[in-house]
Every structure is written in C-alpha cells, then in structure tokens.
Design a protein around this ligand. Structure first.
Ligand code: ZN
Ligand code: ZN
Length: 216
C-alpha cells in the first residue's frame, strides 16, 4: 500500500521531458510500482500532447513560424526518459531500474560507505546523480540537509525519519527545508533508489570528510 506519491510538479516535468536523467529514473521506477501515479501521468501526457498540437497548428498560420515551432518541440522532447512498463511486484528492482543496475539485485556492485550502509552509483547524466542504497535493518544514514532536491524511493524494507515512515513504493521528496536522518526499520535491510541534484549537507565531520569519495 503506497502512501507517499510523486507531486504534480514532478509528474508534469517528467511528462514534458525536462527532468535530469537521475530524477527521470526515480519517477519511472515509482510509476512502474504505482497505478495511481501512472494514471495521473497519462492525463499530464494527454494535456501536453494537445498543447503541442495546438501550438503547431497556430504556427502553421504564421509564415516561417512552423519551422521554429518544430525545432522547439524537438528540443523539448525527452531524450533520457526511460519507459515505465507494467509493475513487476515480485522483484526488488523494477524494469526501468534493472537496465541501470546491470541486472537484478544480485548483480549490484555495492561499495561500503560505513556503518554497514552500502551504495552503488548508477550511470546517469551529470546534472543529477542516482544511487542505490542498502541500509541494514536498524542502521541509520548520517543526518543531513539538502542543497537541492532529493528523491528517495523505497524498493525493499522501510525507513523512518523526522517526516514519516516510508515503505515499499513510497517516495520521499526532500528539499532545502528538510534536515533528516533516515533509519531503516529493524529486520529486513532497506534498499532505496535515491537521486540528488546537489551535494548533501552533513553535520558530522566524518561523513563530511568522506563526501568527495562517496560522491554524495
Ligand atoms: Zn504514486
Ligand atoms: Zn536526505
């Protein structure tokens, strides 16, 4: 039962193809797990399509404007938007993610980042970064703030922070206003997909020193 969903701003930007690849990946993965957001995306896609058609028609009436409009449409087309196929609930990594992770959860090339927490950075464009996080049951990610936007999607297990509890399929949208410390629930390890468009702000010295090496 998914409780935390994508907001309209993200769905609209995804539909328009203006998100960086790392955020596209998180949005596509959530949509592959969530019927509600898939339906909302379909209506944004329909509105966007109608707007583009209307713009093109108007431009045809103006001499020379058509070429410019077509060029504009072409330049706003999503180039790095992964498709969100139907849900596959029996696997930890849904399809759009498997291509980036090089296969299933067994194939992930985990690197230790301390405290039992592991990460695997995924290959996306440099405008934002995407990583898989493995947080053992009961373990915590160092508390931090954000310089930009951070999207965290739970794939397995659950974590809780100052905001709420996040279970499988839930997405947390964090920005400059949120300072938090995600802690995995006791028991099963929590596996998340996280994307950020700016470095995090760590309060403690150790994570701050490790930051350049972890690219976080
Ligand atoms: Zn949703
Ligand atoms: Zn955060």
């Amino acid at each position: 039962m998914i409780k935390h969903h994508l907001n309209d701003r993200l769905l609209m930007a995804y539909s328009a193809g203006t998100l960086p690849e790392a955020f596209n990946l998180v949005v596509a993965t959530h949509i592959s797990m969530c019927d509600e957001c898939r339906a909302r995306l379909a209506s944004f896609d329909a509105v966007g399509g109608a707007l583009i058609e209307e713009t093109a028609e108007q431009a045809q009436m103006e001499t020379g404007a058509l070429a410019a409009t077509l060029a504009r449409i072409k330049s706003t087309q999503p180039s790095t938007r992964p498709d969100a196929p139907r849900p596959m609930r029996d696997v930890v990594l849904p399809e759009p993610l498997r291509a980036y992770a090089g296969g299933g959860v067994e194939q992930i090339d985990w690197r230790n980042v301390g405290g039992g927490v592991k990460q695997a950075i995924l290959p996306t464009s440099r405008h934002a970064s995407a990583r898989l996080l493995y947080i053992p049951g009961g373990a915590a990610v160092p508390d931090h703030g954000h310089r930009g936007m951070e999207l965290t999607l739970v794939l397995q297990g659950a974590f809780a922070d100052e905001q709420d509890r996040f279970g499988p399929g839930d997405i947390e949208i964090a920005d400059e206003d949120l300072h938090h410390q995600p802690v995995a629930e006791p028991g099963m390890a929590c596996i998340c997909l996280a994307a950020t468009d700016a470095p995090l702000k760590f309060r403690a010295l150790l994570p701050r020193l490790a930051q350049p090496f972890l690219q976080i």
